[in-house]
Design a protein around this ligand. Structure first.
Ligand code: GTP
Ligand code: ZN
Length: 337
């Protein structure tokens, strides 16, 4: 790091977007479009999560022939990582160095609480401060009622209600970046992330698109953009996430379900399955209605998903170890006289 900082041919910047093998990087002297250095490409071949991602702080190098390459990524403070289908060893990094992880959910059509919980777990797991932003409040009359349900589903997380169309709540949301923080918008396609980014900036910086009549978004956007706000701070608009698989998100799920976890901690048996065990605090809460079946099942579902991913990962590691062990014993046999 010191070596890079001292070199006159090196500059530090922040990755705004990565596409087609090039990174758009914001530096003190303005935006630059750069290619990725050979050393970093090599590391990315081993582990794609090492590659540059929107939000990364990085070191650029100026070459004598005027090329600029991205050589190094500075350690990430926080990161949003999701599971990738068919890939069990590492997830996909969606954005990094965010301070606020805003879960964006439209109030119309009626949102599904389990999906909110899944996104909130992803947000907690990022290491940033989670926030729920309920968008399109201009389309419904009972926004506050739903906001209360969401608040119950995300203990300890603030819930804001906004409309990009009327501007309601946009100032309050902008206040969350305090003129210097980075806020990432996480949510499914069509829930209004790009419209919200435009509203926060006060100009059309991202293209939004018309939505299908049934209210369901098409999976069209692949961009991931960091947009600086005029008053300071930045917003990262992530692509619409269709299926958000969790990976290594035990902490995020526990934080999202802090109330249920606290109950489970008071069951008589430490390994209570909350099924037929005596003195099960979770069952008792379900029976007296203080815990809803919906939330209980959502909690169980996410835990099963995490266990499944973890077991797949273990199986893969085991298979790799066996292969490695076979290779070694084979080599040992060969090296015998
Ligand atoms: N009525 C109303 N419509 C909105 C609001 N915000 C967004 N929309 C509409 O919802 C649709 C989707 O908005 P986008 O901002 O493109 O959604 P997105 O989450 O960025 O979607 P992706 O780019 O696919 O990730 C567009 O037709 C918007 O005009 C709002 O506050 N009120
Ligand atoms: Zn129990």
């Amino acid at each position: 790091m010191a070596r890079w900082a001292a070199a006159s041919d090196a500059t530090v910047g922040r990755v705004v977007r990565v596409d087609r093998g090039l990174a758009s990087v914001l530096t003190e002297s303005g935006p630059q479009r750069v290619s990725i250095g050979g050393g970093l490409l090599g590391r990315m071949a081993q582990d794609p999560t090492e590659g540059p991602c929107t939000g990364d702080w990085c070191v650029l190098r100026d070459w004598p022939d005027n090329r600029v390459t991205l050589e190094r990524i500075l350690p990430r403070r926080t990161a949003v990582v999701r599971a990738v289908a068919g890939e069990t060893s590492h997830g996909q990094v969606l954005c990094t160095n965010l301070d606020v992880a805003a879960v964006v959910v439209a109030l119309h059509p009626l949102p599904v609480l389990a999906k909110v919980e899944r996104l909130v777990a992803l947000a907690w797991e990022s290491g940033a401060r989670p926030l729920v932003v309920l968008t399109k409040c201009d389309l419904v009359n009972d926004a506050d009622l739903f906001a209360e349900d969401v608040a119950d589903a995300a203990p300890g997380v603030d819930v804001l209600t906004v409309s990009a169309r009327t501007g309601e709540g946009v100032d309050a949301l902008r206040g969350r970046v305090e003129g210097r923080l980075t806020m990432a918008l996480l949510g499914a396609s069509g829930h209004g992330k790009s419209s919200l980014t435009n509203a926060l900036v006060g100009a059309d910086v991202l293209s939004t698109r018309t939505i299908r009549d049934d209210g369901r978004g098409r999976h069209t956007s692949v961009r991931r953009e960091l947009v600086p706000l005029p008053g300071g701070g930045a917003v990262i608009d992530t692509p619409g996430l269709r299926g958000i698989g969790l990976i290594d998100a035990e902490v995020g799920v526990a934080q999202t379900f802090a109330d249920v976890e606290a109950l489970a901690g008071t069951c008589r048996f430490r390994d209570c399955a909350h099924d037929t065990e005596p003195d099960c605090a979770v069952r008792a809460a379900l029976a007296d209605g203080s815990l809803t079946w919906r939330r209980f099942e959502s909690w169980q579902h996410l835990q099963r998903e995490l266990r499944w991913i973890a077991s797949r990962k273990d199986a893969r590691l085991r298979a790799e170890r066996i292969k490695e062990w076979k290779r070694r014993t084979r080599d040992a046999h060969r090296s015998r006289p």
